[in-house]
Design a binder for this molecule. Sequence first.
Ligand code: ZN
Length: 163
Amino acid sequence: MRRRGLLTKPQPEQENKLSEQPTDSDQTEDERGGITPDLSFWGVLRHSMTCTCPRCGKGSLYNKRLFDLTLRPVCTSCSLNLAKNDSADGPAVFLIFFLGFLLVPMALIFETVFAPPLWVHAVLWGALAIGITVGTLKPLKSLVIALQYRHRASDWEDNDGSQ
Ligand SMILES: [Zn+2]
Protein backbone atom coordinates (compact mmCIF):
# COMPACT_ATOMS: atom_id res chain seq x y z
CA MET A 1 0.00 0.00 0.00
CA ARG A 2 1.10 3.50 -0.66
CA ARG A 3 0.72 6.44 1.58
CA ARG A 4 0.15 9.57 -0.36
CA GLY A 5 1.18 12.96 0.85
CA LEU A 6 2.95 11.66 3.94
CA LEU A 7 6.41 11.02 2.55
CA THR A 8 8.25 13.70 0.67
CA LYS A 9 10.79 11.30 -0.75
CA PRO A 10 9.59 7.72 -1.19
CA GLN A 11 12.33 5.13 -0.88
CA PRO A 12 12.46 1.78 -2.60
CA GLU A 13 11.29 -0.98 -0.30
CA GLN A 14 14.38 -3.14 -0.86
CA GLU A 15 16.69 -0.33 0.21
CA ASN A 16 14.68 0.14 3.39
CA LYS A 17 15.18 -3.49 4.36
CA LEU A 18 18.93 -3.30 3.98
CA SER A 19 19.54 0.00 5.67
CA GLU A 20 17.24 -0.12 8.66
CA GLN A 21 18.09 -2.15 11.68
CA PRO A 22 15.22 -3.66 13.66
CA THR A 23 14.31 -1.56 16.65
CA ASP A 24 13.52 -2.86 20.08
CA SER A 25 9.79 -3.00 19.63
CA ASP A 26 7.62 -3.08 16.57
CA GLN A 27 9.15 -4.53 13.45
CA THR A 28 11.65 -7.33 13.43
CA GLU A 29 12.73 -8.28 9.97
CA ASP A 30 13.63 -11.75 8.88
CA GLU A 31 15.19 -12.19 5.51
CA ARG A 32 14.89 -15.97 5.51
CA GLY A 33 12.94 -17.11 2.53
CA GLY A 34 12.32 -13.50 1.54
CA ILE A 35 9.52 -13.25 4.09
CA THR A 36 9.24 -10.35 6.50
CA PRO A 37 7.18 -11.56 9.45
CA ASP A 38 5.01 -9.17 11.39
CA LEU A 39 6.33 -9.61 14.92
CA SER A 40 4.91 -6.44 16.39
CA PHE A 41 2.61 -6.73 19.40
CA TRP A 42 -0.47 -6.76 17.16
CA GLY A 43 1.16 -9.11 14.69
CA VAL A 44 1.91 -11.65 17.41
CA LEU A 45 -1.62 -11.24 18.75
CA ARG A 46 -3.07 -11.78 15.28
CA HIS A 47 -0.97 -14.94 14.74
CA SER A 48 -2.22 -16.14 18.11
CA MET A 49 -5.91 -15.48 17.46
CA THR A 50 -5.85 -16.95 13.97
CA CYS A 51 -3.53 -19.85 14.93
CA THR A 52 -1.27 -19.17 11.97
CA CYS A 53 2.44 -19.50 11.30
CA PRO A 54 4.51 -16.78 13.03
CA ARG A 55 6.70 -16.26 9.97
CA CYS A 56 4.27 -15.99 7.05
CA GLY A 57 0.98 -15.52 8.90
CA LYS A 58 -0.79 -17.69 6.32
CA GLY A 59 -0.26 -21.35 7.06
CA SER A 60 -2.38 -22.89 9.79
CA LEU A 61 -0.51 -24.33 12.78
CA TYR A 62 -2.98 -27.13 13.43
CA ASN A 63 -5.21 -29.59 11.68
CA LYS A 64 -8.87 -28.67 11.46
CA ARG A 65 -10.05 -30.98 14.23
CA LEU A 66 -11.32 -29.10 17.28
CA PHE A 67 -9.53 -31.03 20.02
CA ASP A 68 -6.35 -31.84 18.13
CA LEU A 69 -3.44 -29.74 19.43
CA THR A 70 -0.83 -31.49 17.32
CA LEU A 71 1.24 -29.03 15.35
CA ARG A 72 1.70 -29.55 11.65
CA PRO A 73 5.32 -30.59 11.07
CA VAL A 74 5.99 -27.72 8.67
CA CYS A 75 4.07 -24.64 7.66
CA THR A 76 2.01 -25.38 4.54
CA SER A 77 2.72 -21.92 3.20
CA CYS A 78 6.39 -21.12 3.94
CA SER A 79 7.83 -24.51 5.05
CA LEU A 80 8.92 -23.23 8.46
CA ASN A 81 9.78 -26.24 10.63
CA LEU A 82 7.11 -26.02 13.32
CA ALA A 83 7.52 -29.42 14.94
CA LYS A 84 11.05 -28.72 16.14
CA ASN A 85 9.84 -25.74 18.17
CA ASP A 86 6.66 -27.22 19.55
CA SER A 87 5.79 -25.51 22.82
CA ALA A 88 4.52 -28.89 24.11
CA ASP A 89 2.53 -28.60 27.34
CA GLY A 90 3.83 -25.15 28.34
CA PRO A 91 0.60 -23.35 27.34
CA ALA A 92 -1.46 -25.92 29.27
CA VAL A 93 0.55 -25.16 32.40
CA PHE A 94 -0.09 -21.43 31.96
CA LEU A 95 -3.78 -22.19 31.57
CA ILE A 96 -3.87 -24.40 34.67
CA PHE A 97 -2.38 -21.58 36.75
CA PHE A 98 -4.67 -18.99 35.20
CA LEU A 99 -7.83 -21.07 35.65
CA GLY A 100 -6.87 -22.05 39.18
CA PHE A 101 -6.31 -18.47 40.24
CA LEU A 102 -9.43 -17.32 38.42
CA LEU A 103 -12.02 -19.99 39.15
CA VAL A 104 -11.26 -21.05 42.72
CA PRO A 105 -11.70 -17.55 44.23
CA MET A 106 -14.80 -17.05 42.07
CA ALA A 107 -16.26 -20.34 43.37
CA LEU A 108 -15.51 -19.34 46.97
CA ILE A 109 -17.11 -15.93 46.53
CA PHE A 110 -20.10 -17.50 44.76
CA GLU A 111 -20.53 -19.97 47.62
CA THR A 112 -20.29 -17.22 50.24
CA VAL A 113 -22.80 -14.93 48.54
CA PHE A 114 -25.36 -17.37 47.11
CA ALA A 115 -24.73 -20.69 48.92
CA PRO A 116 -26.09 -22.79 46.03
CA PRO A 117 -26.38 -26.61 46.14
CA LEU A 118 -23.19 -28.49 45.32
CA TRP A 119 -24.46 -29.69 41.93
CA VAL A 120 -24.63 -26.04 40.81
CA HIS A 121 -20.93 -25.66 41.58
CA ALA A 122 -20.11 -28.88 39.73
CA VAL A 123 -22.05 -27.90 36.62
CA LEU A 124 -21.10 -24.22 36.59
CA TRP A 125 -17.37 -24.41 37.28
CA GLY A 126 -16.91 -27.66 35.38
CA ALA A 127 -18.54 -26.21 32.27
CA LEU A 128 -16.68 -22.93 32.63
CA ALA A 129 -13.30 -24.65 33.04
CA ILE A 130 -13.89 -26.92 30.04
CA GLY A 131 -15.23 -24.07 27.91
CA ILE A 132 -12.32 -21.74 28.66
CA THR A 133 -9.83 -24.55 28.12
CA VAL A 134 -11.22 -25.61 24.74
CA GLY A 135 -11.66 -22.01 23.65
CA THR A 136 -8.23 -20.73 24.59
CA LEU A 137 -5.73 -23.57 24.41
CA LYS A 138 -5.06 -23.36 20.67
CA PRO A 139 -4.70 -19.54 20.62
CA LEU A 140 -2.54 -19.71 23.76
CA LYS A 141 -0.28 -22.34 22.23
CA SER A 142 -0.08 -20.23 19.07
CA LEU A 143 0.85 -17.22 21.20
CA VAL A 144 3.69 -19.11 22.89
CA ILE A 145 4.98 -20.28 19.49
CA ALA A 146 4.81 -16.74 18.08
CA LEU A 147 6.63 -15.39 21.15
CA GLN A 148 9.28 -18.10 20.79
CA TYR A 149 9.69 -17.08 17.17
CA ARG A 150 9.96 -13.43 18.13
CA HIS A 151 12.31 -13.68 21.10
CA ARG A 152 14.32 -16.85 20.45
CA ALA A 153 15.09 -16.56 16.77
CA SER A 154 18.23 -18.70 17.11
CA ASP A 155 16.05 -21.74 17.83
CA TRP A 156 14.47 -21.39 14.40
CA GLU A 157 17.62 -20.92 12.36
CA ASP A 158 18.25 -23.47 9.63
CA ASN A 159 14.90 -24.93 10.46
CA ASP A 160 13.24 -24.80 7.09
CA GLY A 161 11.50 -28.03 6.23
CA SER A 162 12.88 -27.65 2.73
CA GLN A 163 16.37 -28.81 3.69
ZN1 ZN B 1 4.52 -20.06 7.37
